[in-house]
Design a protein around this ligand. Structure first.
Ligand code: NAD
Length: 727
């Protein structure tokens, strides 16, 4: 028997003399309000008390608010979501929420959700069960239904109520993407009826309720243009909208994510039917999705991200230093990107290069990105101007004396980096932390050039900086815990996902990508076509295939990184002959207009067949001699085997770190839960067998890493052997 659920003290109920009942969410045990079962059952109790108050003539209206400073309700309890094992259990959990929100909806007095701060999932659904919703204009007010990102659907009435409130298209736009709206956008979408300035929000929300009590109801929801309303009003019109949405989902997900498809089915089947029918469909779909492997994998990734935010892998007791002023040395592709990112997050930036043009280009690049943000209404003109004002630059070190942290992003040459870092150390204060954005060079070898190696770490951003979420924080042998904590905290402040790794060739991501890209070269040598190799990877769910990725990285850069890995790891990473040949040609990949593919204006134009000749290969007649399944197995096994070595060598501390880094740094498919979670699903025993089979024929490249063999022999998995430090 499961234990009885402990009732939470939150939400609290207060009824004043005016007859206004305030339901205040303020969970004393958490920073944010989460809708655990104990909270939901307490809410039901509160609604019961309100019903009695209404009958006694003491309650005339209800206001729901949060007692947290800038957070409303962040949604259901994710741990409870993770624990659902069967569809029946999942459907039951959905029905509990639906029933309680139905009690709220049926209250015969005006009800208002006063939303200030984050309002997600079950919080938004609670709002939908109220008669009205009002929001504050504070930037922290964000309203959304992000369930789809966890592989599920809003099943406490949200999928049923939202289309009825704001129309089919508006609802799909929110439910299928999990996108979050600020107060004003929520009003435009019809999700809230009014937006009030933050300083007077509480009083204005109460006034809104008083008016509804005194003056009666006002219309709610969206008023979409007539043609859209007409389209949505008829079954054939709705079918058109739903089928277009389905096509878009398929194009974006390849059908690998069941939740958005199930959401479309539920919304389609529920339209024009009773609320009760909608709830039944929701609960049934919730049960299936909650118990599905994909949802479990997405919840797992959510936990990895939370752990990264909390810094569970950081040395205990290390306090980060404050970073208000950042220096960037080297204003190229990466330096320019870092400068823009920092300025976008309120940090003063000083850029230094040896060339005026580079500084100018970096400023232009930043300006261009801010302009795009303005166009997409992510920021106002004024905010963009203010952000640009935070960046200054030049070819001297002026201003470096007052910097808190410097990112070095000059050319990838050890001698240059050592000289530049030593020079920067001389121009900055003793407390300033220096970091390098190197992608292949040893952080420890660079530290030798410094007088204060404890203040030095790697900060490996990925290209393009504004879009790639991962930063590898490289803790060198002499880096102080405080420096690591400072770089980690800075990454979080800039909205990035930091993963702390140790120094070693290729660090984590590039090291694991090395054998994968190289295997693609070996496959080419054996006659596989470019199309088949890349298709094998994209069918697995990767955003692009290995050859397309080489084009993206740059053939010159790949060649250099390949050499570094070869030197470090010897024969198993000896570059495949076609890739060596390719490196000797003039092809640069996407940036030069041709690689494995041709590019025009930065857009890919299909495979360039002449590349085969340049690699010393003939054009494959058909798809080549290796089946797409074998191609895929070799590509993925190459990564798993290297990931095992990364753990063995202590580069990464946990299987979760490897998975988070690969997802955020390469787009490894989230629905698979991560590279090593995928490996665990297959089980190390099966993987070792498969690799030993391949090792016989493929010159030992697939010799299983010792760690994999041990795991197989001990019948253990990666996540058991390398759990997250927080667990
Ligand atoms: P880049 O060639 O675009 O820019 C390098 C800049 O450094 C140039 O503007 C150059 O003038 C400047 N520079 C050279 N010597 C200097 C000196 N002594 N002082 C100040 N400035 C100097 O290179 P990039 O692609 O931005 O790469 C920079 C670093 O980032 C490299 O270490 C690279 O390995 C790393 N990295 C690059 C990528 C990528 O995809 N481009 C990704 C991750 C990391």
């Amino acid at each position: 028997m499961s234990e009885p659920v402990k009732l939470s003290p939150s939400p609290y109920l207060n009824v004043d003399e005016e007859g206004i009942a305030q339901i205040r969410f303020n969970d004393p045990s958490r920073n944010a309000n989460v809708l655990s079962e104990g909270v939901m059952r307490r809410l039901s109790q509160v609604i019961g008390e309100i019903c009695e108050g209404i009958e006694a003539g003491k309650v005339k209206g209800v206001l729901i608010r949060s007692g947290k400073p800038a957070s409303f309700i962040v949604g259901a309890d994710i741990d409870a979501i993770a624990q659902v094992e069967s569809p029946d259990q999942g459907a039951l959990a959905a029905r509990l929420g639906q029933t309680i929100y139905r009690e709220l909806e049926l209250l015969p007095v005006p009800t208002v959700a006063a939303i200030h701060g984050a309002c997600m999932g079950g919080g938004t659904e609670m709002g939908l069960a109220c008669r009205y919703r009002v929001a504050s204009d504070h930037p922290k007010t964000r309203i959304g239904l992000p369930e789809v990102q966890l592989g599920i659907l809003p099943a406490w009435g949200g999928t049923t109520r939202l289309p009825r409130l704001i129309g089919l298209q508006g609802a799909l736009d929110l439910i299928l993407t999990g996108k979050k709206l600020d107060g004003n956008r929520a009003r435009k979408a019809g999700l809230v009826e009014a937006v009030f300035p933050h300083p007077i929000f509480e009083e204005a929300a109460l006034d809104f309720l008083r008016k509804r009590i005194a003056d009666g109801p006002i219309p709610t929801g969206a008023s979409s243009p007539l043609p859209i309303r007409l389209l949505e009003a008829t079954p054939p019109g709705r079918r058109i909208i739903l089928s277009m949405a389905r096509k878009k989902v398929m194009a974006q997900t390849g059908g690998n994510y069941p939740a958005p498809l199930r959401i479309l089915e539920v919304i389609g089947a529920s339209a024009g039917r009773s609320l009760e029918r909608g709830f039944e469909l929701e609960a049934e779909a919730a049960g299936e999705l909650l118990a599905s492997g994909v949802s479990k994998n997405l919840v797992h990734i959510f936990h990895l991200q939370e752990a990264s935010k909390k810094g569970t892998g950081l040395p205990a007791g290390a306090e980060p230093r404050k970073v208000d002023r950042l220096g960037v040395v080297g204003a190229g592709v990466m330096g320019g990107g870092v400068a823009q990112l920092a300025a976008n997050h309120g940090i003063q930036v000083r850029v230094k290069d040896i060339r005026h043009e580079a500084v100018g280009q970096a400023l232009e690049h930043a300006q261009g990105l801010f302009r795009k943000r303005v166009e997409r209404r992510r920021m106002s003109e004024r905010e963009a101007e203010q952000a640009m004002e935070r960046i200054s630059g030049g070819i001297d070190y002026s201003g470096f004396g007052s910097l808190d942290l410097v990112v070095e992003a000059v050319v990838e040459k050890m001698e240059v980096k050592r000289a530049v870092l030593a020079e920067v150390e001389g121009k900055t204060s003793p407390g300033c932390i220096l970091t390098t954005n190197t992608s292949t060079l040893s952080v420890d070898a660079m530290a030798e050039a410094l007088a204060r190696p404890e203040n030095f770490a790697g900060m490996h951003f990925f290209n393009p900086v504004d879009r790639m979420p991962l930063v590898e924080v490289i803790a060198g042998a002499r880096t102080s815990p405080e420096a690591v904590a400072t770089v980690h905290a800075l990454c979080l402040r800039m909205g990035k996902v930091p993963v702390v790794v140790r120094d070693g060739p290729g660090f984590l991501v590039n090291r694991i990508l090395g054998p994968y890209l190289n295997e693609a070269g070996h496959l080419l040598a054996e006659g596989a076509s470019i199309e088949v190799i890349d298709r094998a990877a994209t069918r697995f769910g990767l955003p692009m295939g290995p050859l397309r990725l080489i084009d993206e990285i740059g053939i010159d850069v790949m060649r250099h990184a390949g050499e570094v890995l070869h030197q470090a790891f010897g024969q198993r990473l000896e570059p495949a002959a076609p890739l060596v040949r390719l490196g000797d040609t003039k092809r640069l990949g996407k940036k030069g207009g041709s690689g494995f593919y041709r590019y025009e204006g930065g857009k890919e134009q299909g495979v360039d067949p002449t590349v085969y000749g340049e690699m010393g290969l003939s054009i494959p007649e058909d798809e080549g001699p290796i089946s797409i399944d074998d191609v895929r197995a070799r590509l993925i096994l190459a990564m798993i085997n290297e990931a095992a070595r990364v753990l063995e060598d202590g580069i990464a501390a946990s299987a979760g770190d490897v998975d988070l880094a690969m997802i955020m740094g390469t787009g490894f498919p989230p629905f698979r839960g991560g590279l090593l979670r995928f490996a665990d699903d297959q089980h190390p025993r099966t993987l070792v067998k498969r690799m030993e089979g391949l090792a016989v024929t493929l010159s030992g490249r697939f010799q299983p890493a010792p760690l994999l063999k041990t795991l197989a022999a001990e019948d253990r998995e990666f996540y058991q052997a390398f759990p997250d430090p927080g667990k």
